[in-house]
Ligand binder design. Sequence first.
Ligand SMILES: NC(=O)c1ccc[n+]([C@@H]2O[C@H](COP(=O)([O-])OP(=O)(O)OC[C@H]3O[C@@H](n4cnc5c(N)ncnc54)[C@H](OP(=O)(O)O)[C@@H]3O)[C@@H](O)[C@H]2O)c1
Length: 258
Amino acid sequence: MKKKSIAVVTGASGGFGKEFVKLLVQDNSIDEIFALSRSEEKLEALKNELGDKIKPYIIDLSIHERIKEFGSYLEMQNATVKILINNAGYAKFCSYDDINIDETLNMINLNISGVVAMGLTCIPYMEKGSHILNIASQAGFQPVPYMNIYSATKSFVKNYSRALNVELKDKGISVTTVCPGWMKTNLYERGLVGAKKAPKRFMGMVSPEKVAKKALEDAYSNKDISVYGLHVKLCTLIAKLLPEKVIMKCWLLQQGIK
Ligand SMILES: NC(=O)c1ccc[n+]([C@@H]2O[C@H](COP(=O)([O-])OP(=O)(O)OC[C@H]3O[C@@H](n4cnc5c(N)ncnc54)[C@H](OP(=O)(O)O)[C@@H]3O)[C@@H](O)[C@H]2O)c1
């Protein structure tokens, strides 16, 4: 029996992830889209909106046991993973002591361990020409006070994914690290916790739809990094040129944080 060709999208229930699903649903070479998130209601709504190609899978990706269960589910599918979009992630905009240790570690579990575990789970089902998109951030190019854990998790994703891309060359699988700047999504609902000191000025905010479109084009061209827009390109260039101390001072000034 011919293997079905699937896409796996984490954090598919809204924001950036949903934009990827909307683009992938138009791709006739993909038979099914496994849409992963915690919210059954939102994933069912996504299926009603986009059709039966969407296969909702309810999962908390910050828990490794749940990812192991997804691995067993994948094993039963007779499928090739044509594309994996490791998108689920969240930020907290606050000082290190505005959130407790559990919340701090949960962010690391989802943004780092979830990304690594999902990649390692899906790679055995990939073939030459398959693609992984790991969603990092512009914040991954520098240390960012008052988003310290988030920016550090995204630095990890960037470095890990770029190195993995080199390691997977022989298999013909590409890994594209996607580094968006601010996008209009629900990230801020979960991220803004009412902290006294917190980033509140989100310059150069763009629609996630455009960033997703460019990210997919870059992945299909086997680019190892995808950066959308002049604003983000300039910021990442400056972050590479100036000392981190200076970059952090500029960030605090721009945010009006003393
Ligand atoms: N928005 C920005 O400005 C921006 C900038 C750079 C990078 N990014 C990155 O883009 C990615 C998507 O974020 P977004 O902006 O689209 O935010 P969002 O609108 O809050 O979407 C986050 C998605 O992740 C899912 N999710 C959260 N926790 C989860 C968990 N424990 N297990 C499974 N799924 C979980 C959410 O679904 P459920 O709640 O249903 O689980 C939702 O679908 C993140 O990695 C983020 O860091 C965002």
